[in-house]
Design a protein around this ligand. Structure first.
Ligand SMILES: [Zn+2]
Length: 278
């Protein structure tokens, strides 16, 4: 991946006619199809569609082109060449880099939607002028975009990897063990706890691998490798319905290419695991 996207937090940045506009309506992103290829429309194009919206947020620059996001407050009149695609489908259609920018847009719009009122006193909030935050005009309580950290871990046993089927997965897909960090918990403890709670085994040699945002709706996934230590697989029957050890020749259906889960599984296949210790 080129990784040309630079996150910027300049709330005073004004939009121009050729800036990219990540426009969402009910969780789907507005895209333009030109000769089969999908792209993100610029401000002028969005204006021609007469999209109605309340707030716009500056996201940063993609290869020096400014990116903004808005959420349409009513149905978009889709002219020829324009369509709405659910965020989850976007990675396959527009590539990983635009998927990341769309993810940042989606997280900020989700936060914008869920922080219209002060959590302390219930008054209507306002956008803070000098940073991406909401402020309560009554009690001055400030609310920043919420990011929920979650761990994801590849537990290995020789040439085998532990994969689990979660009741919410489609197409009998299997993935890695994952779960949210509890209040007051450090990351390695989360990894140990989640693996034990979901499949009943103990692990050792927990090593940090890499992290990635996961915008469904507002997580940061922190990826690890760990080795099997002891115990027999016993699924919790609530979140995890099936789990087993797999070699690369016996893999079930796996998560999509752009997900951190898939990248960790691919890394396992390549046998090129980072040795970085957290
Ligand atoms: Zn308040």
């Amino acid at each position: 991946m080129k990784n040309d996207f630079k996150i910027l937090t300049d709330t005073f940045r004004k939009s121009k006619s050729d800036d990219l506009y990540f426009t969402f309506f009910k969780g789907s992103l507005l895209v333009k199809r030109t000769k089969g290829a999908l792209s993100i429309p610029v401000f002028d194009e969005v204006r021609k569609l007469k999209v109605k919206y309340e707030n716009e947020f500056f996201l940063g620059e993609l290869a020096h082109q400014a990116c903004f996001c808005i959420e349409a407050s009513s149905e978009i009149n889709l002219l020829r060449d324009f369509e709405l695609i659910p965020l989850y489908e976007i990675g396959k259609s527009i590539g990983e880099e635009l998927f990341l920018v769309a993810g940042r847009a989606s997280q900020i719009l989700n936060w914008n939607n869920t922080h219209k009122f002060c959590g302390k006193c219930g008054s209507k909030t306002e956008n803070k002028k000098d940073e991406i935050a909401k402020v309560c005009p009554n009690c001055n309580h400030v609310m920043y975009p919420v990011i929920c950290p979650a761990i994801i871990v590849a537990v290995t046993k020789g040439d085998k990897i532990l994969l689990a089927h979660n009741g919410g997965f489609r197409n009998n897909m299997y993935s890695l063990i994952a779960g949210f960090v509890e209040a007051g918990e450090d990351l390695k403890s989360t990894v140990k706890r989640e693996v034990f709670e979901e499949v009943g085994i103990k692990i050792k040699n927990i090593r940090y691998y890499k992290s990635a945002p996961w915008s469904f709706p507002n997580s940061l996934m922190i990826g690890f490798f760990a080795e099997y230590e002891s115990g027999k697989i016993k699924v919790d029957g609530k979140e995890i319905l099936k789990a087993d050890w797999f070699t690369k020749d016996t893999f079930p259906n796996l998560p999509q290419n752009f997900s951190l889960a898939r990248k960790i599984i691919d890394e396992f296949i390549d046998r090129n695991v980072s040795q970085r210790v957290l």
